[in-house]
Each structure stands twice: as structure tokens, then as C-alpha cells.
Design a protein around this ligand. Sequence first.
Ligand code: FPP
Length: 251
Amino acid sequence: MEIDVTDAAELPRHVAIIMDGNGRWARQRGLPRVEGHRMGIRAVRAVVECARELGIPFLTLYAFSVENWGRPENEVSTLMALLREFLLKELPDLVRHRIRLNVIGEAEKLPSYVREVLDRTLALTAGHTDMTLTLALSYAGRNEILRAARKLAEDAARGRVAPGEITENEIAARLDTAGMPDPDLVIRTSGELRVSNFLLWQTAYSEFLFTDVLWPDFGKTEFLQALDEYSRRHRRFGLTEEQAEPPSGGL
Ligand code: FPP
């Protein structure tokens, strides 16, 4: 598929994806739900590779929400096993392509056999600067904001910050995403039109793209289509069109 996303100025710096529809993909084929997750990993690989080739520096994937802990036990344990397998298999490529793995969420809640591999992968890729692949694991946006509020309250109680002087930056610096740019583009697959507790603070001015494609069917073509649509959006950040995009031609 030929889509012109070669103009780097039109590319998002940070793409965040709500990967949805694995279960429906499997059900449509009479397969167990976990097969949908297995195929979902293939889509993860395709999108990571495409983002890297294009030079998108930040890609964030909603892999496991706090709410997902409530799923049937065998689905949760399969997802954990798949995550571990993914990390083990991807490590050589992460190293070869100088991709830094990053995690947001309460990763300490993951079972120790996943945490071990995760911690090792985080440590071995920590110095990489070409691209940051962030996995949201045991993540929920409200929980992230709550934890940031607690840190801020502690700092205030210790006199490190004056309540009247707390700025948006003080909050952002205590979120799991501290130091990362906000997502320019959020993609959600499978036709659901919800945010589902994903990056609530960070998506204040993100562009949203919803597609009916189920996550296991989301590949390079769909990713390029999403980027193409993004490149045609006019971001205004609350300003008027003229302010956001002054007419070109003059000095
Ligand atoms: C949503 O589909 C998907 C998830 C809850 C998990 C996403 C996980 C993967 C793609 C695999 C593991 C990821 C990595 C990065 C190793 P759903 O189960 O909610 O689908 P449904 O809405 O059709 O039931």
C-alpha cells in the first residue's frame, strides 16, 4: 500500500494504542480467546517494526489494564505467559535496533516469573535512545493519577513543594510517563468508542482514531492508514484555526 507518510513533520512523535478485539477475533473463528491474544502479539510485532522503520520515537501499547485482572484465571495466566514469551523473543531485536523498553502501571503486581524477565529486559535496554516502546501493564489512568497525587501530598507534607505553587508540570513529573511527550495520536481497534482508563491526563490534546479492525488483523497497512489520517488532521490545542496554523506565504 502506497501512503505518503515520508514527511517526518507530519508523523506523530508518540503513538499510543488500545489493542482491542482479540477475543472477538478468536470467537469469529470458533477458537479460544487466548488464540486471539496469541495472534495479537503478531500485530504488536508488525506495528513496532513499522514505527521503528518510520522513526516514530515513542510507541505505547495498552497491554494489560488493572481491570483485566478480573478476567478468568486461565486467560490472565495465558496473557502473563504470552507477555513473558514476547519479552524473551523480542530482546535480541530490541537490542539490535536500540529500542528501549519502558513500563507504565503497577508492574510490581505482575507474577514474579514475568517480573524477572521484564526487569532484565528493562535493564538491558535502558541505555537505548532510538525508540521507546512502552507497555502499559497493570495500568489504569485514574490509578496513575492517584499515585501521583499521593507523591505530591507527601512532598507537600515534607515541605518540598508549596501547595499553592503546584503546577501541571509538578503533576506530570510524578506520573509514570514523566519525561515522555504526550501522545499525539491514540488508536483504538475493534470499533469500541471508549478511552477505558488509558492515559487520562496525557491525552488532553491527543488526536483519536477509532477503527473497526480487530487487533489481530491490525498490521502495517492499517498503521500506515492511521498515520495518513493523522497527517491530515488539524490540531488546534484549543486555539482558533488561524492561531494554530497561521496562513503560509508571508513573513
Ligand atoms: C483486548 O482484547 C486485548 C487485551 C486485553 C490484551 C492485549 C494483549 C495482547 C495483544 C497480547 C500481549 C501483549 C504484549 C505486548 C505482549 P479483548 O480480549 O478485550 O478482546 P474482546 O474485546 O474482543 O473480547
